[in-house]
Design a protein around this ligand. Structure first.
Ligand code: PAF
Length: 288
């Protein structure tokens, strides 16, 4: 049995810069807020296939939580996370405190996500994407990766990170990794651990709604929305925040071709999101 080599753990940006210098080959980064699950492991494994060296970040970013959100109760499982990074043979872990990452306090200058950042998650969570993009930009500067890996579960985040990289001419490849799901289709999320058994059963209806929407794709866009909404309405413990059909760039839904169906809902005090690709039937000349 080969002994596991613990990753080098650094918490301050200067130490990170020193250790980053010593990494060889292409560098891949996976940014996390910890409470790791198999979805994160999928990101780390994909990163390993792309990079000779893998950096993981571990930081619960206060900038992306609103005043009434779950920053304090967000699951923190640092020792388990470090053990998981070791099992996945991560080379370098950057796990700063808020004071180390933001030494002058919460930054006054933040990345503006533009109109795409004020819809869907951005409408429900004002300031969320300013916080996400600001920390992602900082982490990209500090870790200087060739490629960075993000889960498709956070589809709007992935879309905005891609837009930021394009708009700011950042020299990094952004790789989207498919969502990892439980036996009933529930997308893995660090917040799933807050669900009690009844809520956990209800939570499966998010992915069932997406599947119902996908199955109605041959009937057109309106039918997709109706089929998905019907599944959610039948589940009394779910408070739907949004159910939106868009094109792949989160613009208005196409008359035919590839679309995205995105859902956010609250189950008790836990807010979950999910999304799926939808193929809408039809032709360039109209009709379906
Ligand atoms: O997806 C997440 O876990 C976070 O939004 C990220 C990208 C690590 C930034 O804090």
């Amino acid at each position: 049995m080969t002994a596991l080599r613990s990753p080098i753990l650094v918490t301050d940006p200067h130490a990170l810069a020193r250790e980053r210098e010593l990494l060889s080959g292409p560098v891949a980064v996976v940014m996390t807020m910890g409470a790791l699950h198999d979805g994160h492991l999928a990101l780390l494994r994909q990163a390993r296939t792309r990079g000779a060296s893998v950096i993981a970040t571990l930081f619960v970013n206060p900038l992306q939580f609103g005043p009434n959100e779950d920053f304090d109760s967000y699951p923190r499982t640092r020792e388990d996370d470090l053990a998981a990074f070791a099992r996945e043979q991560v080379d370098l872990v950057f796990a700063p405190s808020a004071a180390e990452l933001y030494p002058a306090g919460p930054p006054g200058v933040r990345v503006d996500p533009g109109p795409l950042g004020t819809m869907l998650e951005g409408a429900s969570r004002p300031g969320f994407f300013h916080g996400v993009l600001t920390v992602v930009l900082k982490m990209l500067h500090l870790t200087r990766p060739d490629a960075a890996f993000f889960g498709e579960k956070d589809y709007q985040q992935l879309t905005l990170v891609r837009a930021m990289v394009a708009d700011f001419d950042l020299d990094v490849e952004i790789v989207g990794v498919p969502t990892v799901r439980e036996y009933d289709g529930l997308a893995l999320s660090s917040r799933n651990r807050h669900l009690d058994p009844d809520q956990r059963r209800s939570a499966g209806s998010l992915s069932r709604a997406l599947a119902a929407g996908a199955a109605a794709g041959h009937l057109g866009a309106a039918a997709v929305q109706e089929a998905a909404a019907a599944v959610l309405t039948a589940e009394p413990c779910i408070a739907v925040d949004y159910l939106a059909l868009t094109d792949p760039q989160l613009g208005p839904p196409p008359a035919y071709g590839e679309a995205r169906l995105l859902v956010a809902a609250r189950i008790g005090s836990t807010r979950l999101i999910d999304n799926a690709v939808i193929a809408i039937a039809g032709t360039a000349t109209g009709g379906d």
